[in-house]
Ligand binder design. Sequence first.
Ligand SMILES: Cc1cc2nc3c(=O)[nH]c(=O)nc-3n(C[C@H](O)[C@H](O)[C@H](O)COP(=O)(O)O)c2cc1C
Length: 178
Amino acid sequence: MKFLVISTSMSSTSRSRVLAQSAYERLPEAHQSGWLDLQTEGLPLCDGGPAADDRVDRLRREISGSDGILITFGIYNYLAPAATKNALEWAGRAAFEGKVVAFAAVGGGPGSLPSVASLTTPMLLDFGAVVCPKFIYTTGASFADDVLVDPDVQGRLDEFVATWTTLTQRVRAGDHHA
Ligand SMILES: Cc1cc2nc3c(=O)[nH]c(=O)nc-3n(C[C@H](O)[C@H](O)[C@H](O)COP(=O)(O)O)c2cc1C
């Protein structure tokens, strides 16, 4: 199995990137793992065209070659940010179909938790991915000096990564009761 973590924040001091790194560190060693940071990838904006672009090719290749994909983001105006959506527009349905996709988000406050649905709905209903039923939502209060310090979120992240990776293995093995 291959597990890919995609950090989609454009912020150089991103908290959701710290969350992504914390999840990446928890990936089971027995499997392959991949890391993609959209801040350094610098994807162009999706124009719906054919995308003759190495960065877009790499994004598609990484997602297509993975079984489970974790997408992390910060909440901007009660939605996933434009950069997150841009990556999904470029990647397209074919890269995600049949994969197990999980989400982890950081907001400024607790009230934006339902914003995660802005990605789960198209992923499930249009892209044909299996969406991990657990997700992480937390706020800046869980971090100090670029470190995830909140023991509650650390514990939830342990469970979240275990659920996502186990579900991925079962779904990709064709277990229809997963
Ligand atoms: C333009 C902008 C809009 C934001 N809108 C929201 C929002 O609607 N709800 C919320 O909880 N936090 C909001 N925030 C706070 C961010 O979610 C928070 O700073 C988070 O850490 C951003 O993720 P990042 O650090 O990974 O970039 C907003 C921040 C910015 C800069």
